[in-house]
Write a protein that binds this ligand. Sequence first.
Ligand code: UDP
Ligand code: MG
Length: 314
Amino acid sequence: MKNKELLSIIIPFHNEQEVIMECQYRLSDAVKSLDMDVEMLYVNDGSKDTTLNTLLTLMDKDARIKIIDLSRNFGKEVAMTAGLDAAKGDAVIVIDADLQDPPELISEMVQKWREGFDVVYAKRIERKGESFVKKATAHLFYKLINKISDYDIPENVGDFRLMSRQAVDALNQVRERKRFMKGLFAWIGFPQTAIEYSRDPRFAGETNWNYTKLFKFAIEGISSFTQEPLRLATYAGFMTAFGAFILGLYFIIKTLLFGEAIQGFPTLITVILFFSGVQLLSIGILGEYIGHMFIESKQRPLYFIKKTYSKSDD
Ligand code: UDP
Ligand code: MG
């Protein structure tokens, strides 16, 4: 029985008590036909509900399960990283708990991996159960980030993917704290390919995302992957300064030719407002990058593990 290749499946869990059973059921079913050994790495990302207990009961029945219990909620990206660090598989799959990514795709991913691809990501062709606004903002975000960054981050691709040992080892060397995973996956390179699927609505429970979080996520994604916004501030500065120069010239000439009454109050206010806006924006952009430097310079560990549970002793 030994010498089979090992497939690690990583799932981050944050308050997912309603979906765990169904998730395990669908997953077990999906990997049944694979000619591989399987380890299931379940990362409990600081859940406040019964997630951990449910996972523990599952582990009692299924020796393939290992549980990594983080010391608090670190966020999905870090939870995935904890799983990736612990994974021993020759191929590693990251998948959401809420069954929005169908586990049935796994065999297809494994097949692509056997064909020699290091990264196989699942590309959504449809987003069921998501509002028009969410779809539109997502689309805009990818348009924007791909326009201004140096390599392509594929659109409509979540974190659901398979990675080869080599790709995982590469990714594990990237220890930056602000982890924009979609960008990192693209950044490591290696032969990558996509398989297409239509994304299901969440099976149960609630999304952990809201618009504030998504907005932060977008800003973080952009500022950790490209310096273009910093340049944007410079361009804007140049343009407004030039505009101001022309305007000044115009005022001087106008005053020389026609004299000047006490007018132009609206112009003044507009100009002041405009420049304050540009300045605030530029400072904000700088702040975003300085914030990154601040976080990274502290060199803190990415996460802490409270306890690891596993039935085998390796
Ligand atoms: N998740 C996590 N930590 C968090 C938030 C989410 O581990 O702080 C997990 C969550 O349990 C799920 C996955 O990340 O397995 C995706 O979360 P969600 O469905 O809320 O995100 P969405 O599908 O809306 O992008
Ligand atoms: Mg989801």
